[in-house]
Write a protein that binds this ligand. Sequence first.
Ligand code: SAH
Ligand code: AVI
Length: 329
Amino acid sequence: MESETTIEIEVHLDADAAATMRSDVRRGLLAAPKELSPKYFYDERGSQLFEQITELEEYYPTRTEREILAERSREIVAAAGCPATLVELGSGSAAKTRHLLSAMEAVGCLRTYVPVDISEEITHSTAACLVEEYPGLAIQGLVCDFERDLERIPADLEPRLIAFLGGTVGNLYPDQRRDFLARLAALMESGDRLLLGTDLVKERDRLELAYDDPAGVTAEFNKNVLTVLNRELGANFDPDLFAHVARYDSGEARMDIRLRSLAEQTVSLDVLDLEVEFAAGEEMRTEISAKFTRDRLEAVYAEAGLELRGWFTDAAGDYALSLVSLPGS
Ligand code: SAH
Ligand code: AVI
């Protein structure tokens, strides 16, 4: 790369984002059953806990996706038409993304990386590391809610490879996922490609262990959302009065992750001027994590106006990366 190394990070966690959090949490706590959005897991501590999860023996998705990227990134970059820009949704530490960036650098097409993440701390630290590792790389990061702010992704940097790794698309409900992918499709030009990481359907025992590790890291990650609400919304949740629950729902083909109240209790959220009752044993959903098959994904893409162009999986068939484009492009 001959261009100058630069970092620009726009932050869109403004008054509107705070208002969105207040209305999301109020709606979720007043719903029956109660529910919180997984996007609120990721404060600085939540991002650190997720990084610890990725290193657990039981949590196979990260290392499997890394293996596929390590082996196939050159092929993926070539199939994506050697793009100059890599946009990454939910970029986090971008640990595995290095394989794609290095493959782009090796063929001489890498110019710009656009990390898009709701966690400000991790986006700044990832950008600082990447400019050291890739001299000449221009970083144009966005700290925002990718559902709310998708249309802020720079449009003048095509052809782009838009990566959405880690299986994070599985944390969206089917209607959210359809709208999200259709909005992405509307932003894509014919030369753009989407690279989507998805966990695949497998035996219940492996799935449940991956989301309920014996060391309790996933339990701590799950309960961290309560600490976020305590800080951001003046709440008084006691994380010790909730238990982590992770069950596979084979009918819906998704992990269903909850917090179970260990006692009858009342929690107040001062900023919302709200008091919420929990019955002993009551469960509040904090995340779903959908598991897919190739057929189902083809239907998901078609419904959003997209087409599957490439399929990259590990030998055991545990995890897949899909290369997706607008139809016929
Ligand atoms: N891509 C990384 C991280 C996955 S963890 C990997 O594969 O390991 C999910 C990431 O998505 C976190 O970094 C989290 O902060 C981010 N995230 C979750 N919901 C988001 C949202 N609504 N908008 C933007 N980023 C979000
Ligand atoms: C970020 N996302 C894809 C993870 C997953 O596997 O659904 C989040 C996670 N939740 C518990 N463990 C990991």
